[in-house]
Design a protein around this ligand. Structure first.
Ligand SMILES: [Cu+2]
Length: 169
């Protein structure tokens, strides 16, 4: 489990195996949606596999401008209601998404080089499925805490439990 003392609860930490050397994974064949509804990005936190195209529909009745300060910066421009722009996330890392019309709008896209990523629930619990045996660096990212890296060793057994991970401010 992940403990986030700096946040209201332990949810929405992204837990992922950043990379497995020599391994590449096919991205999803259709875009993953990061919607804009009632002046909010939904979901606020989105984890994707590298190579994924994310759709940014504008489901509001007003115009939004979607950009990321990067680096490198990219800008989808200002666009009308009920239209959609797309971005291919082909670099790993954490991308902040903002709207330059509405300063309160923000989202984060966490790009993993493996398909082994998930988000914690309110209790900080998470499950990563079908991870092949090996030694990895488990990355934990939360909007309101310092990112952490925890070494793990996955064996042949079905379940690996790890000690609670305490995120610092
Ligand atoms: Cu906006």
């Amino acid at each position: 489990m992940v403990v986030v003392k700096t946040a209201r609860d332990n949810s929405d930490a992204v837990v992922y195996i950043e990379k497995i050397p020599g391994r590449r994974y096919p991205p999803p064949s259709s875009p993953i949606v990061l919607d804009q509804v009632n002046l909010k990005f939904v979901p606020h936190i989105l984890a994707v596999l590298i190579g994924t195209t994310v759709a940014f529909p504008n489901s509001d009745e007003i115009r939004h401008n979607v950009f990321s300060p990067g680096p490198p910066r990219f800008d989808l421009g200002t666009y009308a209601q009920h239209t959609t722009k797309y971005h291919l996330f082909d670099k790993p890392g954490v991308w902040t998404m903002l709207c330059n019309v509405h300063a309160e709008m923000s989202a984060y896209v966490i790009v993993s080089e493996t398909p082994y990523f998930t988000k914690t629930d309110k209790d900080g619990k998470f499950v990563l499925k079908n991870v092949p045996p090996g030694k990895y660096s488990l990355k934990i990212w939360h909007e309101k805490a310092k990112p952490a890296t925890v070494p793990i060793e996955v064996g042949e057994g079905p379940v690996l439990s790890i000690a609670p991970i305490d995120l610092k401010r």
